[in-house]
Ligand binder design. Structure first.
Ligand code: ADP
Ligand code: ZN
Ligand code: MG
Length: 475
């Protein structure tokens, strides 16, 4: 009887080479603590930030892809808070004049979710709390790396929609090459806001759950929080505005603090950073450099005759889509008679199955678009049966050329009329009883067909065998 109202704040680690305001490496994975730092990202007095152009372009690119309007000038602001892993005692972020505003993203079911804003900000360092010590440690390697923060309108209605929104954002960010957007590597994190109301009522008091780092935990935290708030309201109590955390082990949210309001951050336009002027020619270049979005890919696959389920699966997975696109252009180059749907079938079922079983990614396997097209073409040209192709797949996945395997092992289907004709005649003269039976009842032909196929060790083309049998028996 309550309707849930959800808004998301999504953080994406931007995949630039350097940090947002200095030349330190942005990706410090595996480096010793505090080794990827400099006076700028340590916030030492007397240093000046310089805005990373590539990070700006990526933020603008994502903003444009989400249909945001991009201002003529975008500004950076200081967001003040004291936190041990924020060395400057403020975070350089954006308040007024973010790179994108008023965009939207449409979910598969057709519902449009408003994107309030899309801005750039710097990441914080990390506090480490070793069990064996009585103090905490700070690692500032991540401090100053570029993040895109994307805030939605409270347009989302269910935990499943929240999850789908995040999955789509991940696909778009990957397709654009803006962020790896992998929650498992901390490159995509979300804060979720949720309130309840009776349908038609004003928005209720919201609770924010911070720092969720998997799609599953977003869904789990929202489901838990919706139950918690419904119980309060059912008992005639009020929901109070809070910031909560998610306890993955206990599958519960817990109170962190009563939420600060934005006034507490004392936003101040950063006097050290000039506004970034976004003129039309630059925006046009960014637009042109954008990759094709998943929606457009999906439409292109559908137009090429790929079934919707396969088109969606492939279009929204960057690695699959890249592979599939390369295979499609091979396909038209080779004029093999194979169809895009046949390729999609192999990619979506047998190839994916083999990768799952072997715990490998497409990249990590030996399969190339050329090899897959070659395999599918052999079937399309009736040179091998689907069964033979499946038998060959494990070797092809490890980089073997199927055409070579077929030639070396004599696996090609026998489609030579004379050769098959000999096999057919042999079987007919050896099985007079079956021949008589089939003359009476043509359905019995399958037994003869099976015998010829066995004689050919599966290499005869079944349609050819059937045709020859029918001809010889006068059916
Ligand atoms: P705050 O100032 O507390 O950060 P914002 O207005 O900036 O709040 O909104 C933060 C996020 O919370 C946005 O994603 C927004 O859509 C969402 N939100 C705002 N009000 C509500 C509400 N009543 N219920 C659920 N989500 C809300
Ligand atoms: Zn630095
Ligand atoms: Mg906010």
């Amino acid at each position: 009887m309550f309707e849930s109202v959800i808004g998301l704040e999504v953080h994406l680690a931007v995949n630039t080479a350097s940090k947002l305001f200095c030349t330190c490496h942005a990706d410090s994975f595996g480096r010793p603590p505090n080794s990827v730092t400099c006076p700028v990202c340590l916030g030492l007095p007397g240093t000046l930030p310089r805005v990373n152009r590539a990070a700006v372009e990526k933020a603008v690119m994502l903003s444009l892809a989400l249909g945001c309007s991009v201002p003529d000038y975008s500004r950076f602001s200081r967001k003040h808070y004291f936190y041990p892993d924020a060395p400057k005692n403020y975070q350089t972020s954006q308040a007024d004049g973010p790179f994108g505003e008023h965009g939207s993203l449409t979910l598969k079911g057709g519902r449009s979710i408003g994107v309030t804003r899309c801005h750039l900000e710097e990441d914080a360092g990390r506090s480490v709390h070793p069990e064996y010590q009585d103090h905490s440690l700070i690692d500032l390697n991540r401090a100053g790396a570029a993040l895109i923060e994307l805030v939605t309108e409270p347009d989302i209605r269910t935990p499943a929609e929240a999850r789908e929104f995040l999955q789509q954002i991940r696909s778009v960010a990957r397709a654009l090459g803006v962020s790896d957007a992998s929650p498992e590597e901390g490159k995509m994190r979300a804060d979720v806001n949720v309130s309840l109301r009776r349908p038609g009522e004003e928005l209720g008091v919201k609770v924010e759950i911070k720092n969720l780092n998997s799609f599953r935990s977003v869904q789990g935290a929202l489901e838990y929080e919706i139950r918690r708030q419904a119980d309060l309201l059912d008992a005639g109590k009020q929901v109070t505005q809070q910031t909560r955390g998610w306890n993955e082990g206990g599958q519960k949210t817990y109170l962190m603090r009563e939420k600060e309001t934005s006034a507490d951050y004392r936003y101040l336009e950063d006097p050290d950073i000039a506004p970034v002027a976004l003129d039309a020619p630059w925006l046009e270049r960014i637009r042109l450099a954008s990759g094709e979005l998943p929606d457009a890919k999906e439409a292109r696959y559908l137009a090429a005759g790929v079934r919707e389920a396969d088109a969606t699966l492939i279009a929204f997975e960057r690695d699959l889509a890249t592979f599939f696109d390369a295979a499609l252009s091979e396909l038209s180059a080779q004029e093999s008679g194979a169809t895009p749907q046949q390729l999609a079938n192999w990619l979506g079922s047998d190839v994916s199955g083999w990768l799952n079983t072997n715990g490998l990614s497409l990249d990590g396997s030996g399969l190339t678009p050329t090899l897959l097209v070659s395999l599918v073409s052999l079937i399309a040209r009736s040179e091998i049966s689907g069964k033979t192709a499946k038998d060959l797949l494990p070797e092809v996945m490890q980089g073997a050329d199927p055409a070579t395997l077929v030639a070396e092992r004599g696996l090609g289907q026998i489609s030579d009329d004379a050769a098959v004709g000999e096999l057919v005649d042999g079987v007919l003269s050896a099985n007079p009883a079956l021949v008589a039976k089939t003359r009476e009842n043509p359905n019995a032909i399958n037994a003869l067909l099976g015998l010829v196929m066995r004689e050919s060790r599966g290499k005869a083309r079944p349609e050819l065998v059937r045709g020859l049998l029918e001809e010889r028996l006068g059916l």
